[in-house]
Design a protein around this ligand. Structure first.
Ligand code: NAD
Ligand code: UDP
Length: 317
């Protein structure tokens, strides 16, 4: 139901100035929510929000690891605040741990006080370098807590644990989305993730930097499919963690060659050391999302990449 007792639903999006959060703000405004976007701008940017013209939107600059105060009621909280790309969370290891732990704790306390339903953005990284393929929700993961990715992976694992505890102990209405690699407009050209990095390098004619031999795999989901799945999950009554992603799996070398081809680029593909603990494979098992949410991705990769490349050309060249 998009309207409650004749009032607008009031919805908080943490990390709303980031890549996924800003698309979520756009989507929620279209759905008729009054959206409060809270962000510290540590990795996000107000540029991502500049197309929002609605007066049903409020931006609050705030670090959610500090006490959060929101006036009035809240119906929903989408908790997306966290550095998310490997380059970002390695640059901000303590901030990443703090937002996953202290930030999530504050958000759950807020949800409890306001009797709001809360969805947290977890990640496929909870599976670490997986020994089960494709990854289903029953798999507990293979994470090195003291490896470079530990700051992100363990923060998200803690976030899942405390979210589950607030549901069980305090009856807070919780949802946990395990989000797999997502791509689309508003990714930063320098955030280090494979798709924006290769796209920028290819368009610039710079070397396309493949790590390792490029045989590691990922499965990429278009942002509009992801936001649709996240909204459906929030509106469902499903409490345990659920995978959201596109099972369309490719190797990183195939990705580099594909981007070089569709951009007609003269760039060379070069090989560099594989970062420590870089997962060798990743592909979501989305049977639960299909069955429980009636959701599956619709945008094919070629179409999604065409859109991203056009956007990169317009914004960065
Ligand atoms: P992003 O870096 O673009 O956005 C994160 C936002 O959170 C930024 O705007 C940042 O400034 C804000 N933020 C960080 N710490 C904060 C704090 N303490 N207080 C307030 N704001 C803070 O990243 P993204 O790709 O949009 O990811 C959003 C969420 O989705 C993250 O929680 C991430 O872990 C999760 N996720 C993303 C992907 C993906 O492929 N993009 C995959 C799995 C999970
Ligand atoms: N990658 C790469 N070159 C780059 C950036 C990334 O080969 O310039 C690889 C990276 O090592 C990983 C894959 O691409 O194996 C996906 O990396 P990304 O940072 O996009 O996401 P994540 O590793 O978090 O899934």
């Amino acid at each position: 139901m998009d309207w409650m007792e004749g009032n607008l639903m009031r919805t908080l999006v943490t990390g709303g100035a980031g890549f996924l959060g800003s698309h979520l703000c756009d989507y929620l405004i279209k759905k008729g929510h009054y959206v409060i976007c809270m962000d510290s701008l540590v990795t996000g940017s107000l540029d991502n929000l500049k197309s929002i013209e609605s007066d049903k939107f409020l931006f609050i600059k705030h670090d959610i690891t500090k006490y959060i105060e929101i006036e009035g009621d809240l119906d929903y909280i989408f908790h997306f605040a966290s550095p998310a790309s490997p380059v970002d969370y390695l640059r901000y290891p303590i901030k990443t741990l703090k937002v996953g732990a202290l930030g999530t704790h504050n958000i759950l306390g807020l949800a409890k006080a306001k009797k709001a339903k809360v969805l947290i953005a977890s990640t496929s990284e909870v599976y670490g370098d997986p020994e089960v393929h494709p990854q289903n929700e029953e798999y507990w993961g293979n994470v090195n807590p003291v490896g470079p990715r530990g700051v992100y992976d363990e923060a998200k694992r803690f976030a899942e644990a405390i979210t589950t505890a607030y549901h069980k102990r305090h009856n807070v209405e919780t949802r946990i989305a395990r989000i797999f690699n997502t791509y689309g407009k508003r990714m930063k050209k320098d955030d280090g993730r494979a798709i924006p990095t290769f796209t920028y390098q290819a368009l610039k004619g710079a070397d396309i930097t493949v790590f390792g031999d490029g045989n590691q795999t990922r499965s990429f989901c278009h942002v509009s499919d992801m936001i649709d799945g996240i909204y459906k999950l929030m509106m469902s009554d499903y409490v345990p963690p659920i995978n959201l992603g596109n099972p369309n799996e490719i190797t990183i070398l195939e990705l580099a060659k594909y981007i070089k081809k569709i951009t007609n680029s003269k760039s060379k593909i070069t090989f560099h050391p594989l970062p420590e603990n870089d997962p060798k494979t990743r592909k979501p098992d989305i049977s639960k999302a299909k069955k429980i949410l009636g959701w599956e991705p619709k945008i094919n990769f070629e179409k999604g990449m065409e859109e991203l490349i056009e956007w990169f050309k317009r914004i960065f060249f």
